[in-house]
Ligand binder design. Sequence first.
Ligand code: SF4
Length: 248
Amino acid sequence: MEKANIIDLHTCIQGEGKFSGVPHILVRVSGCNLKCHFKSNICDTPYSSWFPEKGHFTFQDVEYLYVQNPQINHTFITGGEPFLDVSTTRQLIRIAKKHNHFVAAETNGSLWADLDFDFVTISPKLSNSIPVEGNEIMNTGGETYRITNHDALKHDRQRINLKVLEQLVKRYDYQMKFVVQDEKDIKEITELTAQLQVPNEKTYLMPEGITPEGLQQRRAWTIEKCIEMGVNYSDRLHIVAYGNQREA
Ligand code: SF4
């Protein structure tokens, strides 16, 4: 059977946001319209964004994972950007619903599609995610890649689309989750959530970091900001437990 655009497929505990701690089936699709580069690291799944892999799994593999795990009733479709390859995502939702799952997605909030999700995590990318021209990163084959002006401009042009964000918050049950590094991010978050009228109980701040040590550096500061603003804190349980391992 032909491989679909699926690059990770496994069971896990949801590590972030409202459903933290709930067992899930995770399906990751390849491809993202953005190329994030935060202060201390690039996107934590560069194999889905900067250097997108070709699919490794078939829809039959997905079916099989549901049959093997009848004790799980939540699915998490992530990327990359699941609103990019809509036809793969539609098919994944169909399979999950057939197995009576509650189906959630994580999106960067810059692309619109009307899909049958029960819940959507919208994670708009702040200016702290803009790649810097000339910086060098490692591709998945271990070779050096120099960030171009085109990478930076394309990312910055696409990362916030207010019209799409308005559509998403209107259409879906959602949470809005932000990766935060410092005070500058708080200003952007406050402005954006006010513009979109996102209530505090749907807003989550999450410290930037892809290692337990990295998260620890910003954890207390992020918690203090959440208390100050009356919004929710999200940790990254999978990183705390396993580090930045691919199948965590
Ligand atoms: S939007 Fe998400 S998947 Fe895409 S580059 Fe940024 S962090 Fe990676």
